[in-house]
Design a protein around this ligand. Structure first.
Ligand code: COA
Ligand code: ZN
Length: 271
């Protein structure tokens, strides 16, 4: 049933999604040491921080400092979230490997999280892409609240396809679907994946689940059945968006890696 997938990419997002919601500020040295340990254990893609407003997320204000201490090599891709041109300028200056822009599928969450409409977010991404192209840094797009919004409830898969098409027009190779508050269920996940595949063939899909209701890994199984080979997770199952009520931890990297490896699917990560 899952046999077609032999290998999966696991992007570790603990020092971004995880740390953004920690109350106590974690010092830069400890972040660097953890990220280097993650690299040593085999993670090839790490969303290590965000270039967002330090007023919005004080915990990640040190993104430019953290990267200086990371033992980088050509096999490791360090990504970070960028909401606007100001963030892109900082990310380019820090010489990150990939910029990840993000918006929400719902207007309400986009407003709470980014203080603007979805349309205005997309307009600002054009500036981000222009700058990144000049700097030769690839850009990827995330959609938050892709499987449900804490303010608006259900999100139609049409909306996800619509934003994905905008992302494709911006030149992105794929999209990450974020289940910001853990509302996704297997049949919704299946529908959204199929809708994207039907409408935008060959557009790469990455899945980012939170485990609020204990369904995170069940959703991963559906992703695997649908041929998705890229997942995001957090060490220790930490994580959550400070601008979404009741957001709890991401799926736990250790659990995800255990599941995949026990299914004979390689992750390249030493559990
Ligand atoms: N990096 C650093 N500073 C930034 C910034 C960035 N990317 N973007 C804006 N700022 C600063 C501005 O310079 C300005 O500073 P000042 O008050 O000292 O002049 C201030 O932040 C306000 O800028 P403005 O453009 O008016 O932004 P805003 O207040 O409308 O906030 C965002 C918009 C997008 C910057 C902010 O909502 C944000 O960073 N959100 C991120 C949310 C997030 O990461 N959520 C979790 C992930 S899902
Ligand atoms: Zn998340």
């Amino acid at each position: 049933m899952y046999s077609e997938i032999k290998e999966v990419i696991v992007t570790e997002v603990g020092t971004r999604d995880g740390f953004q919601s920690e109350k106590q500020i974690i010092n830069t040295k400890d972040k660097i040491s953890l990220i280097n340990d993650l690299i040593n254990t085999g993670f090839k893609r790490i969303e290590y921080s965000s270039f967002v407003s330090p007023k919005a997320i004080p915990q990640l204000a040190d993104a430019s400092e953290v990267i200086k201490g990371i033992n980088r090599n050509k096999d490791i891709t360090l990504t970070a979230l960028v909401p606007n041109l100001r963030g892109a300028i900082r990310a380019v200056e820090a010489n990150i490997d990939e910029i990840v822009v993000f918006l929400s599928a719902s207007e309400s969450h986009n407003n709470k999280n980014l203080n603007r409409s979805i349309k205005d977010s997309l307009i600002s991404f054009e500036e981000v892409v222009k700058l990144s192209n000049d700097a030769n840094i690839p850009v990827h797009g995330d959609i938050s609240t892709a499987f449900g919004c804490p303010f608006e409830g259900n999100i139609s898969s049409k909306k996800i396809v619509e934003i994905s098409k905008e992302y494709q027009n911006l030149g992105f190779k794929g999209v990450t679907l974020g289940d910001t508050t853990g509302m996704a269920t297997p049949h919704v996940v299946r529908n959204v994946i199929r809708d994207i595949k039907d409408n935008i063939p060959n557009f790469e899909i990455t899945l980012h689940f939170h485990n609020t209701r204990g369904i995170g890994l069940a959703n991963v199984l559906v992703g695997l059945q649908e041929g998705i080979n890229h997942y995001e997770s957090c060490i220790g199952g930490i994580g959550g968006c400070p601008f979404a009520p009741d957001a709890t931890g991401n799926i736990c990297s250790e659990d995800l890696i255990y599941l995949l490896e026990e299914m004979g699917i390689k992750t390249g990560i030493d559990l």
